[in-house]
Design a protein around this ligand. Structure first.
Ligand SMILES: *Cc1c(COP(=O)(O)O)cnc(C)c1O
Length: 410
């Protein structure tokens, strides 16, 4: 029986395992010769997918259950979503991956996939604040209890485990306070207890931390950040081990979760240049982190890649690189002085999100959020994203900003 091209199975991916990462990120998830040689995957705007026969229609449930990527219905995946999902799974080192319509959607979908009423969740105190709100509002409503733990806890997490602890959630480094977690130590204890380890791996991207080599079962990316990379789409991904895949697939299907084709396309396009962008983010961030560390107005720089910074040793042991997002603590000063500094920045924008090509600088108020361990610092904390602008222009902008801060004081 001849089938229309669009409903045939995706061809098996070429074996990329012998290739280096910079090559795999270019090839993964793409299949140009399936679509007349077009370099990029087509953008499928689709809900209904017509079957040629009742037999083909009936075979779809079976194919879905066995994980075969065939078009059956828009929500259930298209070559546009598979191009992104297969590429992220390949580079992050997972079995398979599902795209979600935002990073937060990916976090909540992953939590719902592995928790049920009566379960207990261990959540890092450094977690992205909206994740915390989801646990406190929605998971609580459905009978899941959350305990927040000190992100610097390693194997000692054992003392917090209860018989019903099913998930240990990690985020490393935390995207506001940048504590680096001892993921292998946590994973060893969690697995011995039969709990799954989930990780928000957004800071490192799929390139700079390989979660599945360190005991993570489920890895989440706010693709909105470095994968999209251009501040023009919202997207999330969840990759899993082979063992955890079925639960994620099933729950995601029940939730009715899917992403728009144009956003999926933008994310897979952004992904192709992730390696080269991250190299520049890292080089500029390291240079500016070192420079900030030497400034008299700055008390401490929270960039794990900086020798001597908190978490540097574990970062060096487990990570393959550092992205462009970090924090720095000013010496105690008036709130108005910080406002004077931030309001006058020429290149650093003020806004949420990060991972795009542009530089950002915002104050962060973690004191009010923490519950397990009080935030230990004294001065105002700023979060900075180093974009792809010329690093010397960024330095000039920061230098002028620190001058405004200093002048306000005197
Ligand atoms: C931004 C972010 C998210 C949420 O991503 P959205 O796409 O904005 O929903 C989740 N985790 C971390 C660490 C983030 O920085």
């Amino acid at each position: 029986m001849t089938q229309p091209v669009l409903s045939t199975l995706m061809s098996k991916h070429p074996d990329l395992s012998s290739l280096r990462e910079n090559t795999r990120i270019i090839l993964s998830g793409r299949d140009p010769h399936r679509y007349g040689g077009m370099v990029n995957p087509p953008v499928f705007h689709v809900s209904t997918v017509l079957a040629e026969s009742i037999e083909q229609l009936n075979s779809r449930d079976y194919l879905e259950e066995t994980g075969v990527q065939e078009m059956a219905y828009g929500r259930k995946g298209t070559p546009t979503s598979w191009a992104l999902e297969n590429a992220v799974a390949e580079l992050e080192g997972g079995h398979r991956c599902l795209a979600y319509s935002s990073g937060l959607g990916a976090v909540t979908g992953a939590l719902l996939s592995f928790l049920k009423a009566g379960d207990h969740l261990l959540m890092t105190d450094s977690v992205y604040a909206p994740t915390r709100r989801f646990c406190n509002a929605i998971l609580k409503r459905f009978g899941v209890e959350t305990t927040y733990y000190d992100p610097l806890t390693g194997a000692d997490i054992r003392s917090l485990l209860r018989p019903n602890t099913k998930v240990v959630f990690t985020e490393s480094p935390g995207s506001h306070t940048f504590e680096v977690q001892d993921i292998p130590a946590i994973a060893e204890v969690a697995h011995a207890h039969g709990a799954k380890v989930l990780m928000d791996n957004t800071w490192a991207s799929p390139l700079f931390f390989k979660p599945f080599e360190h005991g993570v079962d489920v890895s989440i990316q706010a693709g909105t950040k470095y994968i999209v990379g251009h501040a023009d789409a919202m997207l999330g991904t969840v990759s899993t081990t082979k063992e955890a895949w079925h639960e994620l697939l099933e729950c995601t299907g029940y939730l009715g979760q899917c992403s728009g084709p144009d956003d999926l396309y933008l994310a897979q396009r952004g992904f192709r240049t992730l390696a080269v962008r991250l190299r520049q983010h890292q080089a500029s961030a390291l240079e500016l982190a070192e420079w900030l560390q030497s400034r008299p107005e700055v008390r401490q720089v929270l960039y794990p890649a900086l020798p001597g910074a908190p978490g540097h040793e574990i970062w060096k042991r487990d990570f393959l690189g550092a992205s462009g997002l970090f924090g720095f603590e000013l010496k105690p000063c008036a709130e108005e002085a910080v406002a004077e500094m931030l309001n006058g920045m020429r290149l650093f924008g003020m806004g949420y999100s990060w991972g795009g090509y542009e530089s950002l600088l915002i104050p962060t108020n973690v004191q009010k959020i923490r519950t397990a361990v009080p935030w230990r610092f004294e001065g105002p904390l700023l979060r900075i994203h180093i974009g792809l602008e010329d690093v010397d222009d960024l330095k000039d902008d920061l230098e002028d900003g620190l001058k405004r801060l200093r002048n306000f004081r005197s």
